[in-house]
Design a protein around this ligand. Structure first.
Ligand code: UDX
Length: 485
């Protein structure tokens, strides 16, 4: 078994540390955030990741996992042959990656490294950074240090599974001996180890995330086209995904992607390309399509309510996706913010997110865990994060307390028939027929369309106009008329 250190006990670092300890290695977690280290020492994971608490307590109980809140002072050494770095590399205002935490970790750890230590980089860094890390290590007191790029592909909410059973392990270095030694760490993972040069490894990370983000933006663009052509994007995604070359994952249309990685990584890759004179117009389009997706919700609401000013809207979800309380770059919060800026009165409901964790840029958002209280006299619900409790809503109860029975399903996860049967108007993304507008031409006129004589194919807007005329407020609402919709 090996001696391992992990610098940075955050979202990725803690998973790496506890997982390697569970495989029998001796692991030292190092982080300068004392509160974080105190929590780890008490077996309470400072990040919200299913299964992490169990791995943490198991590692502590076995004595194979310890934590330090400072670097050993020379002549003390970090007792590890493999020193993983998993510190944050956020995006700076210019669009470049902020590498301050990485450089600080390098200069602090260098004097305390063993001569045979290999630094293994897990942080997502611009291509070429590992080469700089070698130079900085050697200038900072570790003249023999080498660096291996080992990008992580951990999805929040499924990170432990992703680490223990990876699709592949990527190792990049210009030092064959270091590559072989790090590959030995992963021998019992049973996954293919892709060995390549260091820059290729760094690029695999960016290209993988950019491609996944592009897949989502692609299906969202298809959703917009489906809306005007009367097709169903969920059916399109299903039919596409059967093709092994395409694959079914990351084809769920909705309000788009967020989180701490996709936005940062796509932006950093485009920035790096532009620095070298390459116009990454596809990456630009991927980001623009994603930004526009949030506005689909406002379009749907205006289509039924007519206007947003003074409308009371409840946004279901604050986290950027289910199974995490992480609200970084959350599409749900961006939708809530746009609604607020559009003049609506907005309440955000997410039982898994504490209001204090909502970023400072959204100080005016009222975040609560009480769905029924928030829905009181509301004009619309917007499903923005597909938590299980939002997929299985108490529809009849909600219809009874809301001023208008309208749901915009921003993740296409609700049963449109059940929603309408409960008296709601249902809107979603890229599924015009599911919206009950039935916007298809009567059979006897379909051929006129084919001849090009009909250009204004009835679209969702027409159905929305019809709904607007049909939907009085709760006081005069004909629930029966709605239910028959
Ligand atoms: C991502 C990558 O998947 C992971 O490999 C990398 O290491 C870190 O970034 P994560 O940020 O946890 O992981 O989220 P992910 O599960 O990939 O979802 C990203 C975003 O795309 C979320 O906002 C999600 O809601 C959205 N998404 C995903 C869709 O809108 N549709 C989909 O079909 C899939």
């Amino acid at each position: 078994m090996a001696e391992i250190a992990v610098i940075g006990c955050g979202q990725a670092g803690l998973v790496v540390a506890t997982a390697f300890a569970s495989k029998g290695h001796h692991v030292t977690g190092i982080d300068l955030d004392r509160r974080k280290i105190e929590a780890c020492r008490m077996g309470v994971a400072p990040i919200d990741e299913p299964g992490l608490d169990e791995l943490l307590t198991q590692g502590l109980a076995s004595g194979r996992l310890t934590f330090l809140d400072q670097y050993p002072e020379y002549p003390e050494r970090i007792p590890a042959e493999f020193v993983f770095i998993a510190v944050g590399t956020p995006t700076s205002p210019s669009g470049a990656s902020d590498l301050h935490a990485l450089k600080s970790a390098i200069t602090r750890m260098a004097p305390a490294l063993r001569d045979d230590a290999i630094v293994v980089n897990k942080s997502t860094v611009p291509v070429g950074t590992c080469d700089e890390m070698v130079r900085l290590l050697r200038r900072s007191g570790a003249p023999k240090a080498t660096v291996v790029s080992n990008p992580e592909f951990l999805q929040e909410g499924d990170a432990i599974h992703n680490f223990i059973e990876p699709d592949r392990i990527v190792l990049g270095s210009n030092d064959p001996d270091s590559l072989e030694r790090v590959a030995g760490l992963y021998e019992d993972f049973g996954a293919t180890v892709v060995q390549c040069d260091v820059r290729t490894a760094e690029m695999i990370k960016y290209a993988s995330n950019a491609f996944l983000a592009m897949k989502v933006s692609f299906i969202n663009e298809m959703a917009s086209i489906c809306e005007v052509l009367g097709a169903d994007v969920s059916g399109v995604a299903h039919g596409m995904g059967m093709d092994r070359r395409i694959g079914a994952q990351f084809l769920r249309a909705g309000i788009g992607w967020g989180g701490s990685c996709f936005p940062k990584d796509v932006s950093a890759l485009e920035y790096a390309a532009s620095l070298h004179g390459v116009r990454a117009q596809l990456l630009r389009g991927v980001q623009e399509t994603n930004r526009d997706q949030r506005r689909q919700v406002l379009r749907k609401l205006r289509g039924v309510l007519g206007r947003l000013e003074t409308a009371r809207v409840v946004v279901l979800g604050a986290s950027f996706k289910p199974n995490t309380s992480d609200v970084r770059e959350s599409p749900a919060l961006e939708v809530a913010s746009l609604l607020r800026l559009g003049g609506a009165e907005v309440r955000v409901v997410d039982p898994h997110v504490v209001p204090e964790s909502v970023p400072a840029q959204f100080p005016y958002l009222d975040v609560t865990g009480d769905l029924m209280a928030a829905a009181q006299d509301a004009d619309a619900l917007v499903l923005a994060t597909e938590w299980p409790e939002f997929i299985d809503l108490p529809l009849e109860d909600l219809a009874g307390v809301m001023r208008r029975p309208l749901i915009v399903d921003g993740r296409n996860v609700l049963d449109d028939r059940a929603v309408r049967a409960a008296g709601f108007i249902y809107r979603c993304i890229g599924r015009p027929n599911a919206e009950g507008g039935g916007v298809t031409l009567p059979e006897d006129r379909a051929d006129e369309r084919l001849d090009g004589r009909i250009t204004d194919w009835p679209t969702v807007e027409r159905a929305e106009r019809a709904d607007r005329e049909r939907i009085p407020s709760r006081n005069g609402r004909q629930a029966a008329a709605l239910a028959s919709d």
